[in-house]
Design a binder for this molecule. Structure first.
Ligand code: SF4
Length: 462
């Protein structure tokens, strides 16, 4: 493998032997510097030689010095701003990119539709038959039987297969947020799993244990469960679909939006549909309600092009938001994940300027969240999206064991984003997704706990 050559070359030039772990670390650091900065191995060698010349380390310290030089090259901003804790650097083995990876098309078109027998007569199956008359539905007892025969890898999980099922267990759950950070008290209405879009950073790639998309058709069971749940919680909450799917991406098939809005309009909750799509036609056919929020994830078009395959263009998202707002819905926006790269400031500032030239504040809320992901996802991203460079940002293992930008960088990002937003809009509540109390205090205001965040977002919308 080419990367082994990096460590062999280092051994040869500096005439010492690396052990297995040292070799992996050196390979990883050089590999990432080359991928991100387009430097040649020769240029890296020259940098190492130049710095070693000044330091003149003893042979026993050679590895440590070379590693430090590479760390400074790999994390240039962090090495100037902080003392890097090497324990927080994730230097895993490099794996070859996957040669055959299925990526979905822009317009979702299933090749197979698998239906659980119990919901064979449901409205969703009827709609699927109408929309895709060329496909013979496969009726089975439980979709899990299909999975027993299917060999799933991260590289075939985005297959164009639709499962229409009866959901039996997971109807409503609290958003798991992340360890050692503040949650916002959000609840998930677990309607659907899997997504026709294909974002490089999507955490579903790690958790999805089936190919394709699961769509439940027993909405009446969801609604019944919700009525029971509401009796227990006795307070207003924020709840939405969109955690394990995109809320509107398949709405032309599912009609979920209309059914959900009609149900939730009379409930004491703020119900959100979150999307990267332009599909709002169904929303326009029904009466909006002030507790229904339609929200869009926003990112510069450059990031949509490189990281958010098959999603709607930025301008299409704005156009849909504009029409939805005019129709009387409350709208909201999520800048999440915010990706830090050379030129991010110009792009994100322009994005915010554009937002406020397209739609009128105040909005129900705006969330901000910087790129973060589990370590295991890194190799999936590298293998499914070999062109993506997002994993080569200055990411360190955080308190929740996820890879994140360091605190100084997150504070800088949030402060700038908040200033750009507040230039146009003093009223919309802004919140941070999966952040610590320290970052809240340094960028927005001091919060003691998640309940305060929940109250702040609800109070501003009732
Ligand atoms: S839109 Fe959301 S759920 Fe769909 S692939 Fe992108 S991140 Fe994942």
């Amino acid at each position: 493998m080419e990367q082994e050559y990096y460590s062999k070359k280092i051994e040869k030039i500096f005439q010492f032997k690396l052990n297995k772990n040292q070799s992996r670390e050196i390979q990883r650091l050089i590999y990432e510097i080359i991928k991100r900065d387009s430097l040649s191995l020769k240029e890296i060698e020259e940098r190492i030689k130049k710095e070693l010349k000044d330091k003149k380390p003893q042979a026993k310290d050679l590895f440590r010095h070379i590693k430090n030089i590479l760390i400074n090259l790999r994390f240039p901003e962090s090495s100037v701003q902080t003392n890097i804790d090497t324990q927080q650097i994730f230097l895993d083995k490099i794996r070859k990119p996957q040669e055959i990876t299925y990526h979905p098309q822009k317009e979702f078109s299933p090749k197979r539709i698998i239906v659980e027998k119990e919901v064979e007569k449901s409205y969703l199956v009827e709609r699927a038959k109408e929309k895709y008359p060329q496909i013979n539905l496969e009726i089975i007892d439980y979709y899990s039987l299909f999975l027993k025969k299917y060999k799933l890898t991260p590289y075939n999980l985005k297959q164009p297969i639709l499962f229409i099922v009866k959901e039996r267990w997971d109807f409503i759950k609290p958003c798991p947020c992340t360890k050692a950070h503040l949650s916002c008290g959000y609840w998930i209405f677990n309607l659907g799993f899997g997504c026709p879009f294909d974002c490089s950073y999507c955490y579903l790639q790690q958790y999805q244990n089936f190919p394709g998309i699961i769509l439940p058709s027993n909405l009446e069971d969801f609604f019944r469960k919700f009525e029971d749940f509401l009796k227990k919680i006795k307070r207003p909450i924020r709840i939405g679909t969109g955690e394990f799917c995109d809320s509107l991406a398949l709405d032309d098939l599912t009609l979920y939006s209309q059914k959900l809005i009609n149900f939730f309009a009379s409930k004491p909750v703020l119900f959100e549909l979150k999307t990267k799509s332009k599909k709002i036609e169904n929303l326009l056919k029904i009466k909006p309600s002030k507790n229904i929020i339609i929200s869009w994830s926003l990112t510069p078009q450059r990031i949509i092009d490189s990281e958010e395959r098959a999603t709607s263009f930025l301008q299409e998202r704005f156009n849909s938001a504009k029409v939805t707002q005019k129709c009387g819905y409350k709208i909201a926006f999520h800048f999440d994940p915010i990706i830090y790269y050379s030129g991010w400031e110009e792009d994100y500032k322009e994005l915010i300027d554009k937002l406020y030239s397209e739609v009128n504040p105040p909005f129900a809320w705006i969330s901000l969240g910087t790129l973060r992901f589990n370590r295991e996802l890194k190799s999936i991203i590298e293998r499914r999206f070999p062109q993506s460079k997002i994993v080569y940002g200055e990411l360190f293992i955080g308190k929740d064991k996820k890879l994140r930008y360091p605190e100084f960088m997150r504070i800088k990002i949030y402060k700038k984003m908040i200033t750009w937003i507040r230039k146009f809009d003093r009223k919309t509540p802004i919140y941070l997704c999966m952040e610590s109390d320290k970052i809240w205090e340094k960028t927005l205001f001091k919060v003691k706990n998640s309940k305060e965040i929940e109250d702040y977002l609800i109070k501003n919308n009732v």
